[in-house]
Design a protein around this ligand. Structure first.
Ligand code: THU
Length: 138
């Protein structure tokens, strides 16, 4: 069973990485930088940023970048996710990302939204996507 209680140092590192991750955002079209940080069950951190494309629909969100990096390195269980933007408002994962996250994350997993002041809000993934469709439904 995954322990979703984060140590203070884990939380601080997660937030720091989510903020840093914005710096490599490739977002020349939207000019909307997003950073994500993901903490795997074994304590490994992954960063992700949004990566856009001249064919707009091919853009990949920061959250999915982080998950794909982690899963492709052999990590499939996660303790926490943090998402940051340059806005003062808190931004939450888009619908496609929520479905993607549901494949690898429990409804109990904490998800943090960070704004450009470094302030945060905390939710559980289940609050973001109740009644998620997963392999359990098939
Ligand atoms: N974006 C993310 O990276 N994550 C989200 O949850 C919302 C949207 C990106 C996609 C696109 O590069 C830009 O933000 C504007 O939609």
């Amino acid at each position: 069973m995954t322990n979703f209680t984060l140590q203070q140092d884990e939380k601080e590192k997660l937030f720091q990485l989510a903020l840093i991750a914005r710096e490599t955002s490739y977002s020349p079209y939207s000019k909307f930088r997003v950073g994500a940080a993901l903490l795997s069950e074994d304590g490994t951190f992954f960063k992700g940023c949004n990566v856009e494309n001249a064919s707009f629909g091919a853009a990949i969100c920061a959250e999915r970048t982080a998950y794909v990096k982690a899963v492709s390195e052999g990590h499939q269980k996660f303790k926490a996710l943090a998402v940051s933007t340059d806005q003062v408002e808190f931004v939450s994962p888009c619908g496609i990302c929520r479905q993607f996250i549901a494949e690898f994350s429990s409804p109990n997993m904490p998800v943090f939204f960070l704004n450009n002041k470094g302030e945060h809000k905390e939710y559980t993934f289940g609050q973001l996507l109740p009644f998620a469709f997963t392999s359990d439904d098939m």
